[in-house]
Design a binder for this molecule. Structure first.
Ligand code: IMP
Length: 192
């Protein structure tokens, strides 16, 4: 089976993506690939950060790999927190503090629409390709649910009533930004 390194240390993301791949490809985590570094996210765009993650790992291993970066973009806050989603409330990358700040900033706003945007950068056979996945939805007034990670407890995708955190992983993957970008990556690999 073809092996691909996913340039992340985020266990939730790895589990989501393994559920989508259903064994078609073997995904190696950074740890499994013997790479013990903090992957940088230094740029102001998801595209550049995703590319940075993939090229960092490709330079170290020479193997096929992909990096992804995701942001939550809210309309009434002009796209905030966007590329800064992980560190919205500070360098600690604290999910609860990020949610608290988001809900505070949305207080009194009638438009609570938001979307997740994922960009995946794949380096395969020495060439880079990017894939984008969008999930439109809205931000709740209060957090709901125990599953998932990040902003999942306050995000309800369009045509759903549950937050991502109230869904099973399979259910979340039916709507999610990351699943949509991954499906494009899989289609590309199938024809590569
Ligand atoms: P990253 O830089 O791509 O790891 O993601 C930035 C931040 O966005 C994460 O720390 C999470 O807070 C949030 N995030 C990314 N993907 C998701 C998701 O699928 N659900 C909820 N939050 C997410």
């Amino acid at each position: 089976m073809q092996k691909i390194i996913f340039a992340t240390n985020n266990q939730h993301k790895i589990e989501e993506i393994r559920a989508i791949l259903k064994g078609q490809y073997e995904i190696m985590t950074l740890e499994e690939a013997g790479i013990h570094i903090e992957i940088p996210e230094p740029y102001d765009t998801l595209e550049e950060n995703a590319r940075e993650k993939a090229t960092t790992v490709h330079k170290l291993t020479g193997l096929s790999c992909f990096g992804e970066d995701t942001g939550l973009e809210t309309r009434s806050l002009n796209g905030e927190p966007g590329v800064k989603s992980a560190r919205y409330a500070g360098e600690e990358r604290d999910f609860a503090a990020n949610i608290e700040k988001l809900l505070r900033n949305l207080e009194g706003k009638t438009d609570r629409s938001a979307r997740f945007r994922t960009v995946i950068s794949l380096i395969h056979n020495g060439r880079e390709r990017q894939f984008e996945g969008l999930c439109e939805g809205k931000i709740t007034e209060t957090p709901r649910g125990e599953g998932g990670f990040g902003y999942d407890p306050v995000f309800i995708p369009q045509n759903a009533t549950l937050t991502f955190a109230e869904m099973s992983m399979e259910e979340k993957n039916r709507y999610s930004h990351r699943a949509k970008a991954m499906k494009q990556l899989i289609q590309f690999l199938l024809h590569a």
